[in-house]
Design a protein around this ligand. Sequence first.
Ligand code: SF4
Length: 294
Amino acid sequence: METTKIVETVAFNILKQAVIYLPDDVKQALTKAYAEETSETGKTQLKAILDNIELAEKYQAPVCQDTGTIIFYVKAGVQAKDLDKIEGALTNATRKATKEVPLRPNAVNPFTGKNSGDNTGRYIPYMHWEIVQGDSLELTVMTKGGGSENVCQTGMLVPGEGIKGLKKFVIDAVIKAGAQPCPPTILGIAVGGGTDIAIKTAKKTLLKPLTEPNPDPEIAKLEKEIFEAANLTGIGPMGLGGKTTVLGVHVDYAFRHPASFPAAVAFNCWASRRATARINADGTTEYLTHKLKW
Ligand code: SF4
């Protein structure tokens, strides 16, 4: 099979996997939250979420009606073939998935309000590119829900307030978001760079499994502190009260200008959807986050 056809097929498969099957780490975190939730209403909400996940898998239907905005992260080996054709293949895969999975058409022209009908349009699906060593191609897809996107925030904090200011910024964002991002959420937080770098870095951390804290112990400690503080807000599952407001927190950073302290918090809803596959130079494919289940 030619490379572009393989890329199209694999991109279609990971899109389908992502919208139907939540990653194991997210399911485990939700199961643990259900076991530990003390609020009756919160427990009922978590039970409904877990039942919903089971039904999506059983009937091979998207786990949420909002199948999100489609974002691809491409790690392209410098020696990989046909790199100029990848963009077209990912767009075709998006069109095919919209029709066949199906996905909700979520791409709207901001000026005319017209929906393209197939989840494509200017810059959509969005593609992040990273050039790496080797000849393989690693494709990751994130389908990002609108409710959780609507509460993402960037801010220019006061450098002198440092990490204390960052914690306040994040917890204020969680309180302001309330029920809107369909909690329990996952928080991707980043500081430094500039506003663009901070929000891109924050969102990219949402691809990390919940079982992987930051390898820097100081940052891992900060992730734990923010996790505990966010869960003290009492917002709870679907905003109806309880001790499970967030399932996990990821923090990353870039170096910053001495006069600036950019920060960003990207929310992901409980329907935290991502899937990754690697296409080797010989055309063989490894599905890295999901086993093919159809
Ligand atoms: S925020 Fe997430 S869970 Fe809520 S409706 Fe959107 S995609 Fe679904």
